[in-house]
Design a protein around this ligand. Structure first.
Ligand code: 7TS
Length: 417
C-alpha cells in the first residue's frame, strides 16, 4: 500500500468521527490513546440515538411491536459479531459488559468446577490484569497452580518456553493475542495446537486484536475468545465472549436471574439454551445493537485494509521514536510483526510528566502501567508512556506527537541534565 492510499483511508473516515474535529488546549486534538478506548463513528452514535428515539423496549419479553424490533436488532447484532470473527454459530457469542466480565465468566463458570488441586493454568507475564486476577482468585479456591510464560530477549512471547511448560497437567492456557503494552502479536494458533495436544483449553484475550486484525476463531481453534466493544468503535458497557458451542453447553450459568431460565420453581430452575443461559437480567440492549453497527462499520472498511494501513503507520511511529536517542520503546521491532501501539520511556522523565506536556500540545497519550503491572515489574520499569493508533490516525498526527515529544524530552533534559 502506498503512502497516498494510507492517507486516503484516514482522510476518508475522519469526518465520520465528530470528536476528532475539536481542539484541546487550543491545538487540534491528536488522539493516540486508542488502546484504552477507540472513538465512535456517526453510524454508531446514530444507532444509539435511533434505538432510544424509535424502538427502546425490553428484549425477549413482550409480543408488542417495539419489543419485537428491539429483539430483532439485539439478536441481529449477535449474528454480525459471529460473522465478524467467523464463529460457527451466533449461539457461540455471549454478550458481556466487557472483556473483563467475559474472562470472569470463564474463570467462574468453567474454572471453579474443572480445576483440581495440582492442575496447572498457564498465563503469560504480559497479561492485562483482567486475565490475571480472575485466575488468581479461581486457582486459590481450587488449589490449581499458576505458571507463566516469560519473554524472549527481544521482548516477544517466548514460544519455546511455552513448549517446555505445557504438559498433561495443563488444564487451561490464557494468553493475550496482542499485548496492550509490548504490541507483539502472539502465535495464538500454534499455542492452541500445542495446548490441545495435552487436552488443555485455551482462552484468547483478543481485546487489542479484534479491533485491528481480521480474526477467524475457527482457524485459530481457540476454546474461548474475549473482546470489548469500546475498543472497536462500539460503545462502552458491551463486550463479548466467544466459546465453542459444546464447551459453553457444558458450563453452568455464571449469574442467575431473569432471561437465563427455561422454568423456575421455588427450589430449583432449568436454564435457557445458549446464548441466553449466560445473559441474566436486562442486557445492554442499545449498546449491543450499536456494537453490531460498529461491526458493520469496520467490515465496510475491511479488516485487511485496516490492518495493512495500521502496519505502515506503526512502522512510521516506531521509526520516528527510534530517532530520539533518549527514547526506549518496549516490545519487538515492527519487522517481527507489531500492532499499532508503542509503550516507551524517555530516560528519567516520568511518563505522567510527558503525558501532561503532550496534552498541552493537544496530544492524548496514556501514561502508567496500563494494567500490566507484573509486565512492568518484569521489564524493571515502574511505568511507561504509550501512544496507540487506530485507522483514523494520520502520519501528520504522528509528526505532531513526535515534535511535541522531542520538545518535552529537551525541556526535561535541560532541567535534569
Ligand atoms: N485485555 C487487554 C489486552 C486490554 O488491553 C484491556 C484493556 C483489557 C483486557 C480489559 O478491557 P476492559 O474493556 O474489560 O476493561 N486495556 C486498556 C488499556 O490498555 N488502557 O486502558 C484499558
Amino acid at each position: 500500500m502506498t503512502i497516498t492510499q494510507e492517507k486516503t483511508l484516514a482522510q476518508q473516515v475522519r469526518a465520520e468521527f465528530p470528536i476528532l474535529q475539536q481542539s484541546v488546549n487550543g491545538k487540534p486534538l491528536v488522539y493516540l490513546d486508542n488502546a484504552a478506548t477507540s472513538q465512535k463513528p456517526l453510524l454508531v452514535l446514530n444507532t444509539l440515538r435511533n434505538y432510544y428515539e424509535q424502538y427502546n423496549s425490553n428484549v425477549h419479553r413482550g409480543v408488542h411491536t417495539l419489543s419485537g424490533l428491539a429483539t430483532d436488532a439485539y439478536e441481529g447484532a449477535r449474528i454480525k459479531i459471529a460473522k465478524f470473527i467467523n464463529a460457527a454459530s451466533p449461539q457461540e457469542i455471549i454478550y458481556t459488559r466487557n472483556a473483563t466480565e467475559a474472562i470472569n465468566l470463564v474463570a467462574y463458570a468453567w474454572g471453579l468446577i474443572n480445576l483440581q488441586p495440582g492442575d496447572e493454568v498457564i498465563l503469560s507475564v504480559m497479561e492485562h490484569h483482567s486475565n490475571l486476577v480472575p485466575w488468581q482468585l479461581v486457582t486459590k479456591t481450587t488449589g490449581a497452580v499458576l505458571k507463566f510464560v516469560e519473554l524472549t530477549p527481544d521482548e516477544d512471547f517466548n514460544l519455546e518456553q511455552f513448549k517446555q511448560l505445557v504438559s498433561n497437567k495443563t488444564k487451561l492456557v490464557g494468553v493475550v493475542h496482542v499485548s496492550n503494552t509490548l504490541g507483539c502479536i502472539n502465535p495464538v494458533k500454534e499455542i492452541c495446537n500445542l495446548a490441545h495436544h495435552y487436552g488443555a483449553k485455551v482462552l484468547i484475550d483478543a481485546c487489542q486484536s479484534v479491533p485491528h486484525l481480521p480474526i477467524d476463531v475457527q482457524a485459530i481453534d481457540c476454546d474461548w475468545l474475549v473482546a470489548s466493544g469500546h475498543k472497536m468503535c462500539g460503545p462502552t458497557g458491551i463486550g463479548f465472549l466467544y466459546g465453542k458451542l459444546d464447551l459453553l453447553r457444558s458450563m453452568p450459568p455464571f449469574m442467575g436471574g431473569g432471561e437465563m431460565i427455561a422454568d423456575v420453581f421455588l427450589e430449583n430452575s432449568t436454564y435457557a439454551d445458549l446464548p441466553h443461559k449466560f445473559e441474566a437480567g436486562t442486557p445492554a440492549i442499545a449498546e449491543a445493537i450499536a456494537l453490531g453497527a460498529a461491526v458493520d462499520y469496520l467490515s465496510g472498511i475491511g479488516m485487511d485494509k485496516i490492518h495493512a494501513y495500521e502496519e505502515e503507520l506503526t512502522t512510521y511511529l516506531y521509526e520516528q521514536l527510534q530517532q530520539i536517542p533518549e527514547i526506549r520503546v518496549y516490545g519487538p521491532s515492527p519487522s517481527k510483526g507489531r500492532a499499532a501501539l508503542a509503550a516507551f520511556t524517555a530516560g528519567d522523565v516520568h511518563p505522567h510528566d510527558l503525558s501532561t506536556i503532550l496534552d498541552q500540545a493537544g496530544v492524548a497519550i496514556r501514561a502508567g502501567h496500563h494494567c500490566t503491572q507484573p509486565l512492568h515489574r518484569y521489564l524493571k520499569v515502574q511505568s511507561t508512556a504509550r501512544a496507540s493508533l487506530y485507522f483514523y490516525n494520520t502520519r501528520e498526527e504522528i509528526d505532531v506527537f513526535i515534535t511535541a515529544l522531542k520538545e518535552a524530552v529537551e525541556f526535561f533534559g535541560s532541567i535534569f541534565g
